[in-house]
Design a protein around this ligand. Structure first.
Ligand SMILES: [Zn+2]
Length: 332
């Protein structure tokens, strides 16, 4: 396993040092699987000094379609082949996405509460939500022979792209997945063909005693990727596993891990995140969950997706994975 990194030195006369010559070091890293590069640039991710007041945005549940009074009345119902109108597991309710992103696309409203901050999203909430999501995902795989790639995703608060405050998951299942999933699947197949083993088993074997290894929640092992795709990127993986059923205990393990990662974000003063759990009907790709922190949501929050992210597909992070892996381990 190659962990390739290079440093680049930028030299200039700094107004912050009375115009003495300074040299700033930037590290460029390459992901061992996909070759995608990231830059570690200290202090490139600004956070507000004061505790954000979310109440004006999260406090008003009027008109929310995902609150208990509405979620069973006004949300779409599944087509007949799914076998139920809407799905229910614990507090979670699943239903088709009114704005689908592909052939099969649903939403899981996670909580009865209209809003919960990230520190109060519990392992049980995620476990039940993932069960509700996988009831649908595995149903699609059985129903549609062409559907081979799925993801269970979450945007949380506006910096993460969510228009709805009420915590919810979104799934997408189709015949090709996304650009990133294409890259992931191709690279994983190439790796397996070249090495006769799977990438994630080798990665964990290489990382297990190192400073980017976070720990495990049940069968899910967590690492901070060598070349993070975004701020505080953490990955949970179950090497060798296929597509889990909705009642597979591994979903409880994923739920515990997500909640622990979010506790770590909360402790670092963060309040917004995305995650994507990739599920591919291919033995080269086990379930892989990527979670990243987003800009801290407050009244005048700034985007963390500048031209680097949107137009260059370049990861730029301020904290190295070796640092936040240890911080996260304390919450696992
Ligand atoms: Zn609501």
């Amino acid at each position: 396993m190659e962990f390739e990194r290079w440093t680049q030195d930028a030299t200039f006369y700094s107004p912050l040092e009375e115009f003495e010559e300074v040299t700033v070091e930037v590290e460029v890293r390459e992901d061992p699987l996909t070759g995608r590069r990231s830059r570690v640039v200290p202090e490139s991710f600004l956070t507000p000094e004061e505790e954000p007041d979310l109440e004006p945005v999260v406090g008003d549940s009027e008109g929310c379609f995902f609150c208990p009074d509405a979620v069973g009345e006004v949300t779409p119902k599944y087509p007949d082949w799914v076998g139920f109108d809407r799905g229910h597991v614990g507090e979670a309710t699943s239903f088709p996405n009114l704005n689908p992103y592909g052939a099969h696309s649903n939403v899981v409203a996670l909580t009865e509460d209209h809003f919960r901050p990230i520190g109060e999203l519990t392992p049980e909430i995620f476990a039940d939500g993932l069960r509700a999501a996988f009831d649908y995902v595995t149903g699609v795989f059985e129903h549609d022979d062409e559907a081979t790639v799925a993801s269970v995703n979450m945007n949380f608060l506006r910096p993460a792209g969510s228009s709805i405050v009420h915590p919810h998951l979104q799934t997408l299942v189709d015949d090709r997945g996304t650009n990133y999933q294409d890259r992931l699947v191709s690279a994983a197949r190439e790796y397996r063909d070249a090495h006769d083993t799977d990438y994630w088993s080798d990665l964990l074997a290489a990382e297990r005693d190192g400073e980017r290894h976070v720990g495990a929640t049940g069968d899910v092992e967590w690492v901070a990727p060598f070349a993070p795709r975004h701020h505080r990127h953490l990955t949970g993986v179950v090497p060798g596993m296929g597509v889990p059923d909705a009642d597979d205990p591994v979903l409880v393990d994923f739920g515990a891990g997500i909640a622990a990662v979010l506790d770590g974000y909360d402790a670092a003063g963060l309040n917004s995140f995305n995650f994507a759990l990739h599920v591919v009907d291919d033995p080269a790709v086990p379930p892989v969950l990527d979670v990243v922190a987003r800009s801290v949501f407050d009244e005048y929050y700034w985007s963390d997706s500048p031209f680097f992210t949107v137009l260059h597909d370049e990861g730029v992070v301020d904290v190295a994975p070796e640092t936040y892996a240890a911080e996260t381990a304390a919450h696992l």
